[in-house]
Design a protein around this ligand. Structure first.
Ligand code: MG
Length: 410
């Protein structure tokens, strides 16, 4: 079976078609994959890991028919939190699963036939803590094996009941716990699922084995646990809660400063807004001192040099350039480095023009360039009380601070 196009080379299927009776107390309460932890339904956490992984080209969730509303609600909630909306294009419509786990997986595999991927990763939707490192390990192992399973050694002592109901010690060394995501050559696992529909299989690796596929075992992580009991929800909550909002973990702060002198002219451009004035600022580009300070602040947060390094004043391309180009570039570099601009604060220092009447327009402009909410863009102004070159109205200075939070690398 040939793969259609490179974007569909690898698809992740997330299984959310089960109903965990050990966690939910009454038949009417939502299945555990929709229980909220850290502000989002549980399912959103594994979903996020795959949606934001560069080597996973599409993600599809397999759900129960009666859960369509719950699923849509989960996606709507994620949309409010994951503000880098690019992830949405990687999410395929959900498909309806079947009675047994393997029926659901088969439904997911069959649904991909219109543009079959080369490989598929199958993950339990109730394993919320799956890292990119684990997904990478699975993908790497798939390069020379048609089937991959992450496993974990047992750490507790193992006991086994005999026929009379007595417990006996059993050596644990040869046992492993089976985790997900399990990775497969798409054609091979689809064929295996189609062939063995009658027998019951606990997971896809067992089915692959039954079909004669070589299953390669890789080391899994203990943190990739399956939410089975109510206590597991609390455990997941305690691990995931600190990461559900930007918080301060891994946050970067950058600072920038710039000055441009006045010359004769009509308008002063500040933070993207042209303000009528008897002078204009001069410099290479449009001399937008506010955007220059802000660009340097973002570059500073990712330790990527300064604006002059990226846009040398000697390069004629930047003569009269719109400074939004510089700011956009700095934000793009930050994203490549794994950071999203979270909040910016610019202080403009001048006796004139008056900034206050234009503050809102400036905030809107910067918010637009950086794709931020306007509440995360602060623009302030002050004077030097007539002192120094700024007091003599020879130019305008700007300070800027940008805070950046770790974000995903799509
Ligand atoms: Mg400058």
């Amino acid at each position: 079976m040939a793969s259609l196009s490179p974007p569909f080379k690898r698809v992740a299927l997330i299984l959310a078609a089960g109903y965990g009776k050990r966690v939910v107390s009454a038949e009417r309460s939502p299945p555990k994959q929709y229980k909220e932890i850290a502000g989002l339904p549980l399912l959103c956490f594994p979903l996020r890991s795959f949606l934001f992984h560069k080597e996973i080209h599409r993600v599809r969730v397999i759900i129960r028919p009666q859960d369509q509303f719950l699923y849509q609600n989960a996606i709507d909630k994620a949309r409010n939190v994951w503000t880098n909306f690019k992830w949405q294009k990687y999410l395929m419509d959900p498909v309806i699963g079947g009675e047994r786990r393997q029926d659901s997986v088969r439904a997911g595999l069959e649904s991909l036939l219109s543009s079959p991927p080369d490989q598929v990763l199958i993950h339990d939707g109730v394993r919320p803590i799956i890292t990119h490192e684990e997904i990478n390990a699975c993908i790497e192992a798939l390069s020379d094996s048609p089937a991959v399973i992450p496993v974990l050694p047992l750490t507790d002592a193992l006991k086994q009941y005999d026929d009379s109901g007595r417990l006996h010690h059993s050596p644990r060394e040869s046992y492993r716990l089976a985790l997900t995501p399990q990775g497969f050559d798409f054609t091979a696992i689809l064929r295996a699922h189609r062939t063995f529909t009658r027998e019951n299989f606990p997971d896809d690796a067992t089915l692959a084995e039954r079909a004669g596929l070589q299953v390669k075992a890789i080391s899994g992580k203990p943190s990739n646990f399956k939410v089975t009991y109510a206590e597991d929800l609390l455990r997941a909550q305690s691990i995931l809660a600190p990461h559900s909002s930007p918080g301060t973990s891994g946050m970067r702060i950058g600072w920038g400063y710039d000055v441009h002198p006045f010359i004769a002219g009509k308008n002063v451009r500040l933070c993207g807004v042209d303000i009528p004035h008897g002078k204009r600022l001069t410099g290479i580009s449009d001399a937008d001192v506010g955007l220059h300070a802000l660009t340097d602040a973002i570059l500073g947060a990712i330790a990527a040099g300064d604006i002059g390094e990226h846009f040398p004043p000697t390069d004629p391309r930047w003569y009269e350039a719109d400074s939004s180009v510089f700011l956009t570039h700095a934000a793009e570099l930050a994203r490549h480095a794994g950071f999203c601009v979270h909040h910016v604060d610019v202080t403009l220092i001048c006796e004139s023009p008056k900034i206050a009447p234009h503050r809102l327009a400036m905030r809107q402009c910067v918010a637009h360039i950086l794709a931020l909410e306007i509440d995360n863009v602060s623009i302030k102004s002050t004077t030097t009380e007539g002192l120094g070159f700024l007091g003599r109205e020879e130019g305008i200075a700007a300070h800027a601070i940008a805070s950046l939070s770790p974000c995903d690398m799509r």
